[in-house]
Design a binder for this molecule. Sequence first.
Ligand SMILES: [Zn+2]
Length: 507
Amino acid sequence: MAMVTKTIKLGVHREIHEIKRQAILHTQTLYNRVIAFYMDFFVAHLSVLDEKVAYTKKNGEQAERNWTNQELLTFAEVHTLSTKAHPHPIWPLYTSLPEGMPTDLRRAAINHANGKVKGWYTLLQQWEEGGKKGGQPQLGEPNEPVTFYASMVDYPELDLSPQVKTQHTFIAVKLWYEGQWQMVPLPIVLPKYAQNTLAASQEESRRIKSETESIKARKAPKEKLTSEERAVLRPQVWVALSLSIYVKRDKQYPNHTRFALHVPFEKYIETPKKAKDQLQLDSGLPVVTVDLGVNRLAVMGAFVNHELIATKFIHGGELNHKRHLLLNVINKKRAQSGRLQSGVQDNQALWAKVRNMDDNAARQVARQIVNFAIEHDAHVIVLEYLRGYRAPKEKMSRSGRKNHKRAYWLRGQIMEWVRDLAFREGILTVERNPAYTSQMCPHCQAEYRHVGVRIKHTFTCSNPNHHYGADADFVGMMNLYRKWQRTFSYPSKKSKKDEPKPTQAIA
Ligand SMILES: [Zn+2]
């Protein structure tokens, strides 16, 4: 079992009321003041970070450990908050801050402060042990997004109405609003997928809650949970955790500020079994193979019981074309300005555009690949592993070469996203050697082990008894399945000399 996480970002509506806007900003300021307060507190008590606590291991051995975050939190609260037992704390929090801050918000701040001080303290110790080379590590001022634990958030009851693509709704969070802490509904733009994820999360939370109650009811107090019971209580679908509110500068928004809620989700997945074990259990198990290319960003095939049951192509021509145009503009501008000047706004903006375009494309292609695998119930995605970059042999313009390189880099990005997204779905990603995948006939290679002829994007089988031509990327995808099955045969060395050299085309 493994826990996986993802974050959904929800935009706060741009026309948010001015009073609410101020409330968010004010809350963030207060929150960071509390973090700064506790950072000071921990810096004044650095010795507790070094202090060891003796404890007994499960096997009865004696061992030492550092204070846990929970213990540090209690320690900080005892010395900063006034209680009946301790009416006069040594380091009171509420001398300069408005009282009654929600407990969860204060605890989030303490945890933030503790994390920041710990990180800085470790660096400081390393710096001192390393002979104080370089600048001394600085702690810095906190500038954290406000974190809202569950008790400080009210989600609307979401229904799964299929017609609505994007819903405008309200998510209420507890803010410092008009002189007191209160729930303030923020207008949110909720796209369909976020709506579905949140609705499923609400249902799963209810399930976990009722399971918890029924398990508690049948247990003696303090009786430990069995592993089955713990498994039942783990989120099986994405469940929302405490969210954070981010403040971003954005010229297109009133007052140049844009707010976004970042909602992290988690769920438990079965860690996928190793490729070898999966193959051994069922050699015909559903598999998706993917050939990543330039003109075709991806060619996917779904195989079940050694048969191709579905294919999907994602074309990249338009992306390449657009990128090429942008790179041309950049080159022209560079030529006009004579020498390269770093920090020229125009080119920066253009480069940002190119990067954005590629990032989006990588994410979208990866998402489609993983969705394709889910659709066909595949537990394995087979990709070619990426070889080092080789410049194209034919003549190309400067921007053409750059474009080629970026397209190659994009493949790496797509693969990274596929691995990440697939893992979250419990799908295994494997990589196979790309040698000859788009040069051998996927159908008759067992008896005819010669490379085929490749002209541009078309592959033609050179076997005189087999009339077969297909898209080279498609052939690559087919052969990847053979590589997965370990039935791919490389061209026989004996016959290689007599073969006409296959036309080298760019992959
Ligand atoms: Zn053939």
